[in-house]
Ligand binder design. Structure first.
Ligand SMILES: C[S@@+](CC[C@H](N)C(=O)[O-])C[C@H]1O[C@@H](n2cnc3c(N)ncnc32)[C@H](O)[C@@H]1O
Length: 234
């Protein structure tokens, strides 16, 4: 069974798994989400270091964040990582979420993250990037873009919201829309205690199998094993 847009009511109250089960996520205070995104940024940093000249030569770096939730934490970390290499200016952000409210609030910067997450000096340029971002509402098994559109595709804690039968469609779509030589970053929870969407949790091994023909460029788990990341170079 898959879920329709109407079933996802508000930003972070997501209906999934058993029909009568609602999980309310407090993403901003969710430590494992922050850890997982930091790991993903580490993978991105390594990718940028290895592809710096190619990225510098680009006019634009097209970034897609799938399932950003309000505030687009994965994008915030990615922009700050690009900034370390003087590349933030080139970023064009695209946000894709099943919740219209997520897109609306993020594009209007109606969220708050503490200074430890957004460097105060970068807050204005990051907010400007989000205000200039393009937002689309839909479900990730069908992405509304042509093949090889994006340099960077991010999915932080998305797969645990996706039904098992749909996960392979989502990974295929992520591969389809990312450019050859591009970067795909995924972060997920490791154990049921920290996983918000327990029924659809996916192990690192199973997630890697969804991308089995691709090079896993970086993978990591945080010390307390709350989250893991896999980063793929297409
Ligand atoms: C846990 S939040 C992810 C937050 C953020 N990416 C992070 O790393 O902290 C999951 C997000 O995925 C969105 N989502 C759930 N199912 C989706 C689907 N089928 N297609 C697109 N977005 C989906 C939810 O609305 C929510 O914004």
């Amino acid at each position: 069974m898959t879920f329709t847009q109407d079933q996802f009511v508000a930003s972070s109250i997501v209906k999934f798994g058993k029909l009568n089960e609602y999980i309310q996520e407090k993403l901003v205070s969710d430590f494992s989400a922050i850890k997982g995104n930091m790991l993903m940024a580490e993978g991105l940093r390594k990718y940028i270091q290895e592809n710096l000249e190619t990225l510098r030569a680009k006019q634009k770096i097209e970034i897609l964040d799938i399932g950003p939730a309000i505030g687009a934490l994965s994008t915030l970390f990615a922009l700050q990582t690009l900034n370390e290499f003087g590349l933030m200016e080139k970023a064009q952000i695209h946000l894709f979420d099943v919740s219209a409210k997520v897109i609306e609030q993020t594009l209007n910067c109606k969220f708050f993250f503490p200074d430890s997450i957004i460097n105060p000096k970068l807050k204005n340029p990051i907010h400007q990037k989000l205000r200039q971002a393009k937002g689309e509402v839909g479900s990730a098994e069908k992405l509304p873009w042509k093949d090889e559109k994006f340099d960077i595709v991010l999915a932080g804690f998305l797969f645990s919201h996706i039904h098992d039968s749909v996960k392979p469609l989502v990974s295929k779509e992520m591969e389809r829309v990312s450019k050859k030589g591009g970067f795909i970053g995924i972060a997920e929870n490791t154990n049921t205690k920290t996983a918000a969407a327990i029924s659809s949790k996916i192990s690192q091994t199973r997630l890697e199998k969804l991308f089995k023909n691709k090079k896993i460029a970086f993978k990591s788990r945080n010390q307390k094993d709350m989250a893991y990341t896999i980063c793929i170079e297409k």
